[in-house]
Design a binder for this molecule. Structure first.
Ligand SMILES: *Cc1c(COP(=O)(O)O)cnc(C)c1O
Length: 238
């Protein structure tokens, strides 16, 4: 390991301490246990070497949003010996990429159509364990920015729950621009409650990013997806 790696490791370690402290404080304020919230490090645009360093620092879950980048990174990371990570796919996913993501991903958080579910179910035939899927919800009802609208949520959830190769884990959402995060995540919490009433194993609530993790935890997030606060500002808008 060269000096650059040492510097980067120290930087990531310091950021990780701060993020974990934010999570712990938010949990305490909400009367929850920090262990109830899983940190997913969103490593998009950052190199595989960062994922390896984060894994060495105890991060267990990583998120990516582009199939080509994620697949290549997962290969490099596992070749470097960092096995046992859970890979979350959090970006918009084309059906023709289903086979590719099913090869390395453990969780697809951005499922938003029955057609995608059909493709993922078929793709999971080559897996030894079911592929976990979260249904991405469009909080403001604008499906153009990803996610299913509330009216379609139950049909999409049932399609996932009845797919033998998939496991319906719960819901994911991004707070819409211009919305108070509290209002967005409160709405997500209501939908998550209804989903879990129908599908008791579907308890995952993936919500909260660098800017709004406290609000998400206040409203029951079980997973927060943190990029910027852990790895730094990304150059490109993605
Ligand atoms: C990039 C991304 C994140 C991380 O966002 P930050 O603001 O950098 O923490 C979380 N969720 C999704 C779906 C993303 O695309």
């Amino acid at each position: 390991m060269n000096q650059n790696d040492d510097g980067r490791r120290a930087e990531l370690a310091a950021n990780l301490v701060q993020v974990r402290e934010r999570i712990a404080r938010a949990c305490t304020a909400a009367g929850r246990e920090p262990g109830e919230v899983t940190l997913t490090a969103v490593t998009k645009t950052y190199p595989a070497s960062d994922v390896v360093l984060l894994a060495g620092l105890g991060v267990t879950d990583v998120g990516e949003n582009k199939d080509q980048e994620a697949g290549a990174k997962a290969d490099v990371v596992s070749a470097a010996g960092a096995t046992g990570l859970r890979w979350h796919f959090v970006g918009q996913l084309q059906r023709n990429k289903a086979r590719s993501v099913a090869r390395y991903a453990d969780v697809i958080e951005s499922v938003d159509s029955v057609r995608l579910i059909t493709a993922l179910d078929r793709a999971s035939a080559e897996r030894t364990v079911p592929l976990e899927v979260l249904i991405q919800v469009s909080i403001d009802g604008d499906p153009d920015r990803g996610g299913v609208i509330e009216n379609d949520l139950w049909g999409v959830s049932e399609a996932a729950a009845s797919s033998p190769g998939l496991r319906l884990g719960g819901l994911m959402a991004v707070a819409p621009r211009g919305w108070e995060p509290d209002r967005a995540f409160e709405k997500l919490a209501v939908l998550s409650g209804r989903l879990a009433a129908r599908y008791p194993a579907a308890t995952t609530v993936s919500a909260g990013m660098s800017g709004d993790l406290e609000a998400a935890i206040r409203h029951g997030a079980t997973h927060v997806r943190i990029g910027t606060s852990l790895l730094g500002m990304r150059n490109s808008l993605r």
